[in-house]
Design a protein around this ligand. Sequence first.
Ligand code: SAH
Length: 396
Amino acid sequence: MPAVLLKPGREKSLLRRHPWIFSGAIQHVEDEPAPGGTVDLLTSNREFLARASYSPTSQIRARVWTFEDEPVDKEFFRKRIRSALGSRRALNVGEDTNATRLIYAESDGIPGLIVDRYGEVLVLQSLTAGSEFWKETLADLLLEETGLPTIYERSDADVRELEGLEPRTGLLRGSISNLQFSILEHGLGYLVNLQHGHKTGSYLDQRENRLRVRELAGDKEVLDCFCYTGGFTVNALAGGARSVLSIDSSAEALALCKENVERNELPVTRHTPLEGDVFQLLRRLRDENRSFDLIILDPPKFAPTAAQAERAARGYKDINLFAFKLLRPGGILVTFSCSGGIDAGLFQKIIAGAALDAGVEAQIVAHLFQGPDHPVSLHFPEGAYLKGLVCYKRAR
Ligand code: SAH
C-alpha cells in the first residue's frame, strides 16, 4: 500500500479527525500512487493514522476516507452512501420538496462527492482526484442504493483545476429527456436548468431561508438583490409582499425569475425585474431617495478562500451599508455570505461595521444557516459556508 509519512507533530489535525493533509505536512511519499489512489497516512514513526485519497497536484495533498484500518472498496462506499441517505430520512429532509442534497462531500465522509436529487434524476459533482478515481463505482452504488435510474454529471466547478481535472458535464447513467426541471418546494415551483444552472442547477442550500423570507414579506416593499432565478422573489410575493424589485446582472437569470413568478400565478404587477450591477444600482436607488421594508442580499461567493477575505469584506460592507440606508426604520435586512473564506464571526463584524457607517441602529433577530441536507461535520468546520443574518433596523 502506498504511504504518506508526515513530518513529526503534523498528525495533530488528523487526531482531531480533520480530513485534510496539506503538502507542507508531508515528509515523504512511498510508492507514489496514481491520482486519486488510496494511501495510508502514517506518523513519522510509521504509526497508522488514516486511509486517504491522494491528490498529487493539489495543496490539499490527501483527503481522509477513513480513520479505521479497513479496506476502502465498493462496500466501504456503500456504507457511507447508506449513512448519508439515512440522515436525510431521519431529519425528514425532502418532505416538502422534490429537490434535496443527498451527499455533501467531507460532511458525509465522502470528500469530493456532491450528489443532489432533482426528482428522479441525480446530479453528481466530482470535485477531487479521489472522487474521480471512484466515480464509476460511486455512480453504480448511487443507482443501487436510491433505486433511481439516472445520473447527470455537473463536474464543471473551477476547483477541479486544482486537482488536475478537466471539466465534465453530461449523462453518466440512464437517460434524460428534459434538462429543465421544475423544483417543488414548500408549495411553490421553480424552473431550473440542470445543464447550465449554478452549482448542480440551483441553490438548494437556501430552502429554509426562502421560507423565512416568505413569512417576513407580508405587505412589505421588498428589494431582492442578486435574485438569480427568483427564489427569494417568488417567496416574497407568495408571502404577500406589496412589491418586489429584483436585481441581477444576468439577463438570463432575470428571464427565469420572471417566468418563475408567472408559473406560480403570483401578481406580476407587483414585480419589477431590473438588470444591472447591484453595487451601482444600490447607489442609484439611494440617489433617487427610494426606500424599502425588506431587503435581501444574497451575493455570489466573494471569497472562495481565506486569501481573498479582505477584498470580499469590503464588498460585503459596501452592499450592506447601502442596504441599511435604503431600509426604512422598522425595516428588515436579510443578508447572506456563502464565502468559505469568511466565517460567521467575521461576517457579523462586517455587518456591524456597515450599520455603524450607515448611521443606523440595528439588531440581529436571527442567524440563518444552510439547510439540514447540507450538514457540517463537527470535525470539518469548512463545511459551514452559508451564513445569514436577519437584522431589524430600529426606529430612532
Ligand atoms: N439569491 C439567489 C442566488 C444568488 S446567486 C437564489 O436564492 O437563488 C448570485 C447571483 O448574483 C447570480 O445570479 C449572478 O448573476 C448575480 N450577480 C453576480 N454579481 C452581480 C452584481 N455585481 N450585480 C448584480 N448581480 C450579480
